[in-house]
Structures are given as structure tokens and as C-alpha cells.
Design a protein around this ligand. Structure first.
Ligand SMILES: *Cc1c(COP(=O)(O)O)cnc(C)c1O
Length: 375
């Protein structure tokens, strides 16, 4: 998708906020613990390379990504830190990963068996492998001790592999009820104990675990959404050990302003009609930018005031009702602060019946990302 640099709509990313969130996470970690910055999905919409650069400068010692291509993009940009892909990669790509010193997750002996000839043909350094344990997430990984042991033994028996990690992922680390979490912890401990040697990296903690279950750190954390200043639980657990600073704001500017006579309609379906003579402004952003169609009836900020989104959100534009005439070019804040008022990603998510993760990731490539000191 073409990035629209000649349009006012853009995502602003606060370097200071990301730095602050990482610093506080690091302060709570035992010495020698690695913080792996999770930068998958274009850094949760904040920009892959930008976030990786800030994270590395702030003390992150490595990165986690979702897919091999994100890892390759980091390598192509010159990042030399450890990188772990979190999703299963086609074993035919094992040689490519090994050649670029990218670690892959493995959840079955079959995967290792399929990757072995690929690696032997590629003649690279050993492929770094993190054995994935499915302790209750039900997504990827070993569920049985014997299967894990067989895979570990196969990995140890072949020079093509370097079994450097063991990890799991929690389904409910962000929930107030910790019963299921404790079940997963117990299962993971049993799997770890069944390995003859402890790998270099043992990691279980996502952001929620790092915030609310600090005892479960092992020796690395996979720090994602909290790095971007968002509470992993949404509203469920408001108490956090340090203030999370949101890193993202979303801004635009009015492109068109008109007086709409009472009874006249706005946007597709003519679902909105002016109750009286109204000032209507047009904002150059739409669902193709990730500003969801269901945000009709929500609001944005102009000059510190909440302005309702009227009529359907179009692909590239939407309309708002203004309290008075404003000139084209007047700033519009979709996420962030304007005067005393603020709209958070959580507010947008609540209105859309989803989670802030989804709103941030949906912001499309058409929106330029820009670094700012503070938002
Ligand atoms: C995405 C992901 C994370 C990061 O989760 P946050 O909630 O954003 O901290 C950690 N581990 C795995 C396996 C993931 O897929």
C-alpha cells in the first residue's frame, strides 16, 4: 500500500514513552534477565524498525516477531541482536533462518525431522531452536513430556540444531482469576524438569505476566503491549506496578468544512440527517486506514472538544459535527490529547467492541509513522 505522506493523517509515536515503559520493566527484572521486545505486526502498528531501534537503545537485548519475514526485515535493516520468531515457520525455510541467525520455535519432532535435510544441505551455522510447550494455550507446542524429550534428544543428536530455548505462552495472565494461570505454570515446570539440560533461554512471560506475576520471569521476558504503554488486561486489572505511558497518537486535519442545512444527509446510506443547520467537517481518514466503519457515532477531538462522527465512515474519509465553523487545516485528534480532553486506544476499542491490540494493528500502511518526543 502506498503511504500517504502528502496528507495530514498520521500516526505519531513517542520514543520517550517506549523508553519509559521498557526502563520500568527492566527495573523490576532480576539482573541477567533478557527483555525481548515484541515488535511483530509492524510493532503493533507503531512501526517495526522505529520501535526496534528505540527498544534496543532502551535496553532490550533481543526481539520477538510473529513471522520469518519480520525477522528478515530486522536483519536487512542491520539489527544483529537475537531474534525469535513466535509462530511455526515452514521447515523448508529452516536454512534461510539459520543463515540469518534467526531462532525458530519448534513444537514437534516431525518439524525437526523435516528441517534436518534442509539444514544439512544449506551448510549454515546451527539453527537456533526454542522448544514450545503447550501448557494450556492450545496453540502450538509440545503437550506430552515424552514428545518433548524425544525432540530434545533428536535436536541434541544433530549438529544442525542448537536447542537454545524452552518457552510457553499463557492464556490468562491478564485475568484477575489466577487458577488457570497456575495450572499452566505447573505444567511448564514439569516439562522443564523433564529436560536433561536447561537451555540458555527459558521464558514464559508476556507483558501481563511481567506486570502481575513477576515471580514467573525465568530468564527472559517477551515484552509486547506494555512496551507500547497499553494495559494488557484492558480494564480488568487497573492496578499496574508502574504508570504505562501510551506511545501512539493518531492525528489528522480537516480538509473541508460546510454549513449543512437542517434535514440534509451525510455519507453512504444517508443514515445521518442534520437536526438543525450544522457545521460539518470532513476528516481524511477511513476504514482503509484502519479507522473502522463501526466507529460511526464515536467522536474525535477538535480544539479540545469532542465532535461526533456523523454518518458512515467511508474508505478514505469521514465526517464530524463541529460546534462552530473551523477552517480546513484545523487539527483533528483521533487518539491522543487535545486541550484537556483525551481519547485513548482503549476508548476506541471499547466503542468498537474489541481490544486495543486490534485497533493499533489495524492502522494501515497508508498512514505515515512519525517519531515525536512526547504525545
Ligand atoms: C504476541 C506474543 C507476546 C507478547 O504479548 P503481549 O501481551 O503483547 O505482551 C508474547 N509471547 C507470544 C508467544 C506472543 O505471541
Amino acid at each position: 500500500m502506498v503511504t500517504a505522506t502528502h496528507r495530514e493523517s498520521r500516526v505519531l509515536v513517542s520514543e520517550a514513552a517506549i523508553q519509559h515503559n521498557i526502563q520500568h520493566a527492566l527495573d523490576r527484572l532480576p539482573a541477567g534477565t533478557d527483555l525481548l521486545a515484541v515488535v511483530k505486526a509492524d510493532g503493533y502498528g507503531h512501526g517495526l524498525l522505529r520501535v526496534a531501534r528505540i527498544a534496543a537503545a532502551s535496553g532490550a537485548t533481543g526481539f520477538c516477531v510473529a513471522v520469518l519475514d519480520e525477522a528478515l526485515a530486522l536483519r536487512a535493516a542491520g539489527f544483529t541482536q537475537p531474534i525469535l520468531v513466535l509462530g511455526i515457520v515452514d521447515p523448508r525455510c529452516a536454512g534461510l533462518a539459520a543463515a540469518q541467525n534467526i531462532a525458530l520455535p519448534v513444537g514437534s519432532l516431525e518439524w525437526l525431522e523435516a528441517a534436518l535435510p534442509v539444514l544439512e544441505a544449506a551448510e549454515t551455522a546451527p539453527l537456533r531452536v526454542h522448544l514450545a510447550v503447550d501448557s494450556g494455550m492450545g496453540r502450538i507446542g509440545f503437550r506430552e513430556v515424552a514428545d518433548l524429550q524425544n525432540a530434545a534428544a533428536f535436536g541434541a543428536a544433530h549438529k544442525a540444531f542448537d536447542i537454545e530455548g524452552l518457552f510457553t505462552h499463557f492464556a490468562t495472565a491478564d485475568a484477575a482469576d489466577t487458577t488457570y494461570f497456575q495450572t499452566q505454570v505447573a505444567r511448564f515446570k514439569a516439562m522443564l524438569a523433564a529436560l536433561p539440560t536447561r537451555p540458555r533461554y527459558v521464558h514464559v512471560a508476556n507483558s501481563a505476566t511481567s506486570l502481575w506475576h513477576a515471580a514467573c520471569t525465568c530468564n527472559a521476558i517477551r515484552f509486547g503491549v506494555a512496551m507500547y504503554g497499553l494495559n494488557p488486561s484492558g480494564h480488568d486489572i487497573p492496578d499496574v506496578p508502574y504508570a504505562l505511558e501510551p506511545a501512539l497518537s493518531l492525528v489528522s486535519a480537516l480538509t473541508f468544512v460546510k454549513r449543512l442545512p437542517a434535514g440534509e444527509a451525510v455519507s453512504y446510506g444517508a443514515t445521518y440527517r442534520a437536526q438543525q443547520d450544522e457545521w460539518i467537517g470532513t476528516v481524511p481518514m477511513g476504514y482503509a486506514d484502519g479507522w473502522l466503519r463501526r466507529l460511526q457515532g464515536f467522536h474525535v477531538l477538535v480544539d479540545g472538544q469532542f465532535c461526533e462522527i456523523v454518518g458512515r465512515v467511508c474508505m478514505d474519509q469521514f465526517m464530524i459535527r463541529l460546534p462552530k465553523a473551523y477552517k480546513p487545516g484545523t487539527p483533528v485528534v483521533l487518539v491522543g490529547q487535545s486541550g484537556e480532553a483525551e481519547i485513548t486506544l482503549q476508548d476506541v476499542a471499547d466503542y468498537s467492541h474489541t481490544i486495543h491490540y486490534e485497533i493499533a494493528c489495524a492502522l494501515s500502511e497508508r498512514l505515515p509513522r512519525e517519531s515525536v518526543d512526547r504525545i
